[in-house]
Design a protein around this ligand. Structure first.
Ligand SMILES: Nc1ncnc2c1ncn2[C@@H]1O[C@H](COP(=O)(O)OP(=O)(O)O)[C@@H](O)[C@H]1O
Ligand SMILES: CC(=O)OP(=O)(O)O
Ligand SMILES: [Mg+2]
Length: 407
């Protein structure tokens, strides 16, 4: 019998599950989909078979992540790609917080599950959802290797000077308070793809990666290794995001407690879910914000300016950290699609060798591409991320390694 070559990738968010089924012989995508608004009345699953067949959408309540995975399994089965397939080699899971311990993709056992659980307080929006996804998938296929690929792994190369907060060392160490960074799978993939776009090896180039999705983070990558990133102990620090504030004076939290009488949990919800673009103007979708700006909406315009101002500050900061920059790469939903964000973030940085060509910037494409003018010293690029492909590759490589070592 030929060994199985398919990998199912699950990216379980707080209220959504994104999934992809790939065949690793040629990295071919067989199906992909998204379950949204889990736990609400208006849940929905959108499933796209990629080897022929129409996209399908089903609406109706999906109570929890276990029910969501059941719905995913049904959609896959309807395409003859069921989770019981002997062709599945592994299930790869995105796990957001791996602390300092997980620097590599890891086959999940009870002990690994316990460690992911222990990290819930530092990734309260993400790790609990990841755990449910893992446990449900394990119950469905106890015989398969389930692999965790950690958002934090790529950032474990950060030097202490970037990873430590300037707070009392004993307190920090006792509670493992330090900067871990997230979206690492994307930063790793995009920095490598950017090197490829420049016709260089990752070891030869310094890249600033701007991952701008709902969550957003920047990283400074020197010769393929992360040396700094904007998210910290939790995915709240750094850039302005869809619903998260990013950097604020930590004293804002004491003030909210003492003066506004808010509890720690209320402040947590405020900063993680009611801030960022949604807090500033009521919308967290950059498309909607651009539409409102075009209609003359001042709140939307201010939200956009605050978003871009923070982004520009991080570009400058990581330019200084790296000393020499070969490329600035924009990625994820906003980075790949929002030309006005790219234009505004790079505007005025000509002295740093950075510029955007208006025509190249306006091209819509799924391909990695350079958008800076030919004369610019530093390449500005749009490099689509593919966290699912990267998770599938890492999971499959680990399974093959395991198979090899048993021989
Ligand atoms: N065509 C577009 N123009 C501008 N922004 C877009 C476009 N498409 C998607 N986005 C932005 O991308 C965001 C989602 O990014 P994504 O990387 O998919 O996020 P996540 O993986 O964190 O859910 C949306 O909230 C929206 O702001
Ligand atoms: C870590 C993080 O912020 O992830 P996401 O962008 O998926 O919310
Ligand atoms: Mg994302």
């Amino acid at each position: 019998m030929t060994p199985p070559t398919r990998v199912l990738v699950l990216n379980s968010g707080s209220s959504s599950v994104k999934y992809q089924l790939l065949d690793m012989r040629d990295d071919r995508r067989l199906a992909q989909g998204l379950v949204e608004r889990i736990g609400e009345e208006t849940s929905r699953i959108v499933h796209t078979p990629l080897q022929g067949g129409e996209k399908r959408e089903k609406n109706g309540p999906i109570a929890d992540h276990a029910a969501a995975l059941k719905a995913v399994a049904e959609e896959l089965a309807a395409d003859g790609l069921g989770m019981d397939s002997p062709e599945l080699a592994a299930i790869g899971h995105r796990v957001v917080h791996g602390g300092l311990r997980f620097t590599e993709p890891t086959v999940i056992d009870d002990e690994v599950l316990a460690e992911i659980e222990r990290l819930v307080p530092v990734a309260p929006l993400h790790n609990p959802a990841n755990l449910v996804g893992i446990r449900t998938a394990m119950a469905m296929r106890p015989d398969l290797p389930q692999v965790a690929v950690f958002d934090t792994a790529f950032h474990t190369t950060m030097p202490e000077s970037a990873a430590r907060y300037a707070i009392d060392v004993e307190t920090a160490d006792a509670h493992r308070i330090r900067r871990y960074g997230f979206h690492g799978t994307s930063h790793a993939y995009v920095s490598r793809e950017t090197a490829k776009l420049l016709g260089k090896e990752p070891a030869e180039v310094n890249v600033i990666v701007l991952h701008l999705g709902n969550g957003a983070s920047a990283s400074a990558v020197r010769g393929g290794r992360c040396v700094d990133t904007s998210m910290g102990l939790t995915p709240l620090e750094g850039l302005v995001m869809g619903t998260r504030s990013g950097d604020i004076d930590p004293a804002v939290t004491f003030h909210l407690k003492r003066v506004a009488g808010m509890s720690a949990d209320e402040i947590d919800v405020l900063l993680n879910k009611k801030s960022g673009l949604v807090g500033l103007c009521g919308d967290n979708d950059m498309r909607e914000i651009r539409r409102r700006i075009d209609e003359g909406d001042e709140r939307a315009a201010l939200a956009f300016d605050i978003y871009v101002h923070r982004l520009k500050k991080y570009i400058g900061a990581y330019y200084a950290v790296l000393g020499r920059v070969d490329a600035v790469a924009f990625t994820a939903g906003v980075g790949e699609n929002a030309a006005p964000v790219r234009e505004a973030a790079i505007a005025g940085l000509e002295e740093l060798g950075l510029a955007v060509d208006a025509e190249l910037n306006s091209v819509r494409s799924d391909e990695a591409r350079i958008i800076s003018p030919v004369y610019a010293r530093v390449a500005v690029a749009v490099v689509p991320t593919d966290e699912e492909l990267e998770i599938a590759r890492q999971s499959y490589a680990l399974v093959l390694e395991g198979a090899g070592s048993n021989e």
